[in-house]
Write a protein that binds this ligand. Structure first.
Ligand code: ADP
Length: 493
C-alpha cells in the first residue's frame, strides 16, 4: 500500500490549509462570574501587569540619568550636576522590585492561585512611593516640579482603586514627602540638588519654605484626587453596568440554546419512528407496495436518515461547545483499535459506493479523550468515503513519528476541495457546491465537530486538497503522551 502520509509530486497543485486552534466558537468561553464584584479582578490583574511595564520605563529613565552622570562636562553646560550613584541605586532597587512583582504575577497566573491582586498593587504603590520620595529628595527643592511626580501615582491609584483607597495613596504620598522635608529640616538628611546654582548667594537660598511647599503640594494632590477619582468612578460605574448586561445576555443566549437543544433532542424519536415505519413498508410487512409508492417511501426513508444524522451532529456539536475549553480528562486510548472500529462502522457505506479502504495501522496508545477522538476519526472517514468517486480508494494510516508524535492520515482520491474554499470547510453548515452535488446527505456539520474537538484538545490538523487529486487530512497527536507498543503494524486492503 502506498504511504498515505508520503509527499506526492503530482502535476496538480495541491493547496494546504492549517486549522487555527483558537477559533472554535466557545473555545474562549470564560466560566460565568460568581458575583458582581468578579468584574474587578481581571481589571486589577491587568493593572498589576501594566504597573510593571510602566516601571521598566521609569527604570530606563533613571538608568539614562545615571549614565549621563558619568559625563559631567556636557551636563554642566545644561546647568545640571548629576552624581551617578543616586539614579543608578534607585534604578537597581526598582529592577529588583519589578522582578519580584513580575514573578509573583506569573506564578499566580501559572498556578491559577488566587494571590490577592489588590495586596500586590498596594505593595507596588508603597514601594514606588518610597523610591520616588528618595528621587524627589535627590532632585532637590530648587526643582519645584519634582514633588508633583507624586501626582502620577495618585492618578494611577484613582484609575485602579476606589475613591477611598486612592485618597489613602494621596495621604501616603503626602506623609512620605512630609517625612523627607522633616528629615531635611532636622539636618538628618543633607539637602541635594541636580541644578547647579548660578551664584554663591543662590546656593545658600533654601527655596520656598518647607511648610509652604507642603501645603501647595497637598492642595494640588487633593484637587487632582477629587477630579480624577470622580471621573474614574463614573467610568467604573459604566464598566460594571456593561459587565452585568453582558452576563445577562450570555445567560439568555445559553437559555435559548438549551431550549433549542431540547427541541432538537425531541425530534430524534419521531424521525427514528418514521424511519422504522418506512422500513416496515419497504419490507412489505404491510402488504406489497406499488413501484411509485415504494420509490416515494424510499425517498422518505433516506431523508429521515439524513435528518437523524443532522440532529445527532447538532447535539454532538452543542455538547462539545458547552464543554468549552475544559474537555473531559484524557486517558490512555488504544488508537489502533479506535481506528479499526471506525473503519468497520464506515465499511457498509464504503461497500455501497464501491470504495476500498486501505489501512496501515501501527498499534499505538495515546493520551486522549476517547469520545472526542472517535468523533474526529469518524467524521474524517465518513467524508473521505462520501466524497470519493465510485471504485475509489481511501487510505487510513496511523503512524508514530521519531519525534514521538503520532500522525493520523486519511487520504482519499475523491472530488477534492478548491483552494479558495479550503479555509471555510470547518465552518458550521458550510458545504461546497461540488460536495452537495456529489453527496445529497451532507449536513455541513462534520468538520465543525472536528474543529471543536481539535481546538478543545489542541490537536493540529492540516488539509491538503485539490480537485482531481483528492484530499488528505493529517491529524497530529501530541508526542509526550504517546506510548509506542512493540508489535508490527497491520496492513490490509
Ligand atoms: P458534510 O460532509 O456533511 O457536508 P462537513 O462539515 O463534514 O459536512 O464538510 C464540510 C465540507 O467540506 C463538505 O461539504 C465538503 O465540501 C468539504 N469536504 C470535507 N471533507 C472532504 C473530503 N474528504 N473531500 C472533499 N471535500 C470535503
Amino acid at each position: 500500500m502506498p504511504d498515505a502520509a508520503a509527499p506526492e509530486s503530482l502535476a496538480t497543485p495541491v493547496a494546504m490549509y492549517r486549522l487555527a486552534l483558537d477559533d472554535a466558537p466557545g473555545a474562549h468561553q470564560a466560566p460565568p462570574a460568581p458575583d458582581d464584584r468578579a468584574w474587578m479582578e481581571p481589571l486589577l490583574q491587568q493593572n498589576a501587569v501594566w504597573f510593571c511595564r510602566l516601571r521598566w520605563i521609569v527604570i530606563a529613565v533613571l538608568g539614562a540619568a545615571g549614565v549621563a552622570g558619568f559625563f559631567p562636562q556636557p551636563l554642566r553646560a545644561l546647568g545640571l550636576a548629576i552624581s551617578p550613584g543616586w539614579p543608578l541605586t534607585a534604578a537597581a532597587v526598582l529592577v529588583s522590585l519589578n522582578l519580584v512583582f513580575v514573578s509573583v504575577i506569573r506564578h499566580a497566573a501559572s498556578a491559577h492561585r488566587r494571590v490577592s491582586v489588590r495586596l500586590l498593587l498596594w505593595a507596588q504603590i508603597i514601594s514606588d512611593l518610597l523610591v520616588l520620595t528618595a528621587v524627589i529628595h535627590w532632585l532637590g527643592h530648587r526643582l519645584p516640579a519634582a514633588p508633583f511626580m507624586y501626582l502620577f501615582h495618585v492618578i494611577l491609584a484613582c484609575i485602579v482603586f476606589s475613591a477611598g483607597e486612592s485618597l489613602g495613596v494621596a495621604g501616603l504620598a503626602a506623609a512620605f514627602y512630609m517625612l523627607s522635608l522633616g528629615l531635611e529640616s532636622l539636618g538628618w538628611l543633607n539637602p541635594s540638588s541636580v541644578l547647579i546654582p548660578e551664584t554663591q548667594a543662590e546656593a545658600g537660598v533654601p527655596g520656598a519654605l518647607p511648610g509652604l511647599r507642603l501645603v501647595s503640594m497637598l492642595v494640588i494632590l487633593v484637587v487632582i484626587w477629587y477630579l480624577v477619582s470622580r471621573l474614574a468612578g463614573a467610568v467604573r460605574f459604566r464598566d460594571r453596568e456593561l459587565f452585568i448586561a453582558n452576563r445577562r445576555l450570555r445567560a439568555s443566549i445559553e437559555e435559548r440554546s438549551r431550549h433549542m437543544l431540547q427541541t432538537t433532542h425531541q425530534l430524534k424519536a419521531p424521525f427514528a419512528s418514521i424511519h422504522a415505519q418506512c422500513q416496515l413498508l419497504l419490507g412489505d410487512y404491510c402488504g406489497s407496495l406499488p413501484p411509485r409508492a415504494r420509490a416515494t417511501v424510499e425517498k422518505i426513508s433516506a431523508r429521515c436518515l439524513v435528518l437523524a444524522r443532522q440532529i445527532q451532529e447538532m447535539l454532538q456539536l452543542a455538547n462539545l461547545r458547552s464543554q468549552g475549553q475544559t474537555p473531559p480528562p484524557a486517558r490512555p486510548v488504544d488508537l489502533g483499535k479506535l481506528i479499526e472500529e471506525a473503519t468497520l462502522r464506515i465499511e457498509p457505506t464504503a461497500r455501497q459506493r464501491f470504495v476500498r479502504i486501505e489501512k496501515e495501522i501501527h498499534p499505538v496508545t495515546v493520551q486522549a479523550v476517547e469520545d472526542h477522538l472517535t468523533m474526529l476519526v469518524d467524521n474524517l472517514l465518513v467524508n473521505a468515503v462520501n466524497y470519493s468517486h465510485d471504485h475509489g480508494v481511501v487510505q487510513v494510516a496511523c503512524q508514530p513519528r521519531n519525534s514521538g508524535e503520532v500522525l493520523i492520515v486519511i487520504r482519499d482520491q475523491g472530488i477534492g476541495i478548491p483552494k479558495e474554499k479550503l479555509p471555510r470547510i470547518f465552518d458550521d453548515y458550510y458545504r461546497t457546491e461540488e460536495a452537495v452535488q456529489h453527496n445529497r446527505g451532507s449536513t455541513g456539520l462534520g468538520l465543525a465537530i472536528v474543529r471543536q474537538v481539535a481546538c478543545a484538545n489542541h490537536v493540529p490538523i492540516t488539509v491538503e486538497s485539490a480537485p482531481g487529486w483528492g484530499t488528505r487530512f493529517t491529524v497530529t497527536l501530541p508526542g509526550a503522551s504517546a506510548v509506542l507498543q512493540p508489535s508490527p503494524p497491520t496492513i490490509n486492503n
